[in-house]
Design a protein around this ligand. Sequence first.
Ligand SMILES: [Zn+2]
Ligand SMILES: [Zn+2]
Ligand SMILES: [Zn+2]
Ligand SMILES: [Zn+2]
Length: 227
Amino acid sequence: MPRRTQSRGPCAFCFTAMTRNGLAKHLVTCSARHKIIAHADQQPGKARLLFHLQVQDAWSGDFWLHLEADGAAQLLDLDTYLRAIWLECCGHLSQFSIGGWDGEAMPMKRKIADVFPPGVVVTHIYDFGTSSETLIKAVGTRTGRPLSKYPIFLMARNTPPEEVCMECQKRAVVVCLECVYEHEVSGFLCAPHAKDHPHDNYGDPMPLVNSPRVGMCGYDGPAEPPY
Ligand SMILES: [Zn+2]
Ligand SMILES: [Zn+2]
Ligand SMILES: [Zn+2]
Ligand SMILES: [Zn+2]
């Protein structure tokens, strides 16, 4: 949902909360991050080309991630990651392309390093019916040891949006899709008001999790990173 103020989230290294664009700049200079990188670079193993990827939902931009991806990893690794943290409901098709919906799909075996020259925005589409669109661009690279044994390391993500119950203004935990689609109200409900809520045309209200796919298809989380 569009929000009045920009969403914020903490840096994984120093825990300072910032906006998406603030973090893009901050991560370059974060001294806590540089300490951890310096430590990693003293470990055995080969230096690799690593990509700082800024990821955001195409609709509101309120949901975002800052990832560090191994340049040798494949788009498939990124797809797996996005499905786990944001998207997976019932195994829909997905694709990466340059140039949005009309762009040509890129093979999932393409390497991150071959896909993200500076300035290029890559579109990820999950589910061609009730589609979730994600925009990804590289905001920087470094050469060094990865901070994880996995292909992708989470450097920051937005904190979960705090929605309020439309009945009592307390913190909402679910959203009623019938309210959203048929009654043009927010549909956000606290637990007690969800219990008494009369609508069931779209099934039970959906849990509010930290994902741009809330309220779409059967998505009910958990919206957690895969590793
Ligand atoms: Zn930091
Ligand atoms: Zn689905
Ligand atoms: Zn309530
Ligand atoms: Zn409702």
